[in-house]
Ligand binder design. Sequence first.
Ligand SMILES: *Cc1c(COP(=O)(O)O)cnc(C)c1O
Length: 401
Amino acid sequence: MLEEFSRVYAKIDLDAISKNVENMYNSLPRNTKMMAVVKADGYGFGAVPVARMLQDNSYIWGFATATAEEAFELRENGVSKPILVLGYTFPYAYERMLRENIRPAVFRYDMLKHLSERVKKRRAQGGKEVFRVHIAVDCGMSRIGIRPDVDGENFIKTALSTEGIEVEGIFTHFARADEADLSNAHARYKEFDEFVTKIQKELDYNIPIVHCSNSASIIDMPEAHMDMVRCGVTMYGMWPSDQVSRDKIEIKPVLSMYSHISYIKDIPENTPVSYGGTFVSDRRMRVATIPVGYADGYPRSLSGGRGYVLIHGEKARILGRVCMDQFMVDVTGIPNAKEGDEVILIGKPHTSFGEYGSEAITIEELGDISGRMNYEFACDINHRVPRLYAKDGKIFRSYEI
Ligand SMILES: *Cc1c(COP(=O)(O)O)cnc(C)c1O
């Protein structure tokens, strides 16, 4: 273990990400493209190392981010495949997006106007780029996107005839593809498919890349794969929800998180632990302090015994409140626990020979008991937690990948 990672670190298993992507891809028909969603710094796992690793994969068409800045970061770090920004992009970003071949999602007339102006300005300077765009269609989220109606059709017509703009794609996003009852998602898929088919026929133009599926629908709605799918959460070893089928595709956990005991002490009966004294010992106890807190993204809502960690492969419950930078656990039942011992915050007990035992803390479980979901839990593990990457059996820092 590298000394400077003693306090806390997250280990991201890039080989597992690779395997998960491959498993997702292998479930698709052969002519379906795949877009890897690396928004929010790759769901907290590191957009740059993940995208760098995946971009050599011939079946990865490109990447999706939520913001222009996330796309710029990828470009700055050598990611050259297409990037689509899934959310709204503000006009200040257009010039750089145009130069760096970053596709905006479009759905507002003023976007078309500003994008086109940017292209014309570049042309006056000798630039030859066109703005490739993907039209966002709203089928059930009421978030961004044109409605699949006559107004929507008019928007597409305008986009197609706007100088400097090339409509490369059209997409929607399901609100309810991660449920056991998929009747809503099926109806929304049909609505989208019919809308796109109708407009293409009317305009006698085929939009090259029609896409709608996220992880949940890749798994449970094979009829909705269309030209391309957008794979996010499952790449990172997490399930879209507990209602998505688990038996169709194998998904390996990617993230584990570790700390080391900073202090151990015995406390007598009737001793309060942590802020507010919400926990008071009812007997003599052994308490271990863990130097991690909610300022690392470790949720305060795990306080009061809701959360636990693994020490020597055994569960140690959180006592009292999680503080900003530390929390305490009960090691009364783990007599060999001592200062400096490894603490597993997420993951499975292991030795240098591999994992052991039946206990494991999954991000799904912590997501549930903390009242965050797994997606949110992963995104909230913040920059104070250094990331280490495992690849081909070796450990790397993010800049070494
Ligand atoms: C985040 C996102 C995805 C990926 O969803 P997962 O559930 O993580 O697979 C796909 N499309 C859009 C528009 C998104 O915002």
